[in-house]
Design a protein around this ligand. Sequence first.
Ligand code: HEC
Length: 177
Amino acid sequence: MVEVGGRYLALLVVGLAGASLALAGGAVAQVAATKIIDPAQARSDYYENCGGCHGITGDSAPALLPSLRGRVGYFMCDADARTYLIRLPNVAHSRITDNAELADLLNYVVFDIGGASAPAASPPFTAEEVTRERPNALSDISLVALRARLVERVIRKCRAPASLRLLYPPKPGTSGG
Ligand code: HEC
């Protein structure tokens, strides 16, 4: 009897965890839907211009470049960190000349690929913002130091995980955070 009860309880817990994950996923998808003007265009722009390096799901590990999936949204919680996303060489110098289109691509990156890491209250990128910041593209030299500074700031200010210091989060089950 006890065993059966235990099994039911375990099933219930697994069921609840699954349901809350599904709810969280749904909420993220809803947020993304309100921030991206043309999701189909933004997604195909991402595949074409960014996916070759970052992976089509934003998960580039083990390549030596930062993984975007579930973490790029943390940069939205600070004005300079948000601007950093526009000033990245591969973003600022992207082949996409229409700044509204580039803004929407970035919205796809932070709110869809970034998922729950993007604060739901962050306003989406706009064409005006991209037009203003795009000329301030970072060089490869300034970039690493700037990222390190901004990461410390969003860890302090927004409780981003310490693993944001790394290019991608450690695999589950390995040590480190
Ligand atoms: C040629 C490969 C390549 C392409 C294409 C590329 N990236 Fe990157 N990306 C990188 C590398 C490498 C970095 C690490 C910083 C650097 O050296 O620029 C990076 C950094 C980033 C970061 C910063 C993440 C962090 O945690 O600091 C974001 C966001 C990003 N890229 C988005 C994009 C977007 C959006 C596009 C498409 C418009 C794009 N990238 C295209 C290679 C690429």
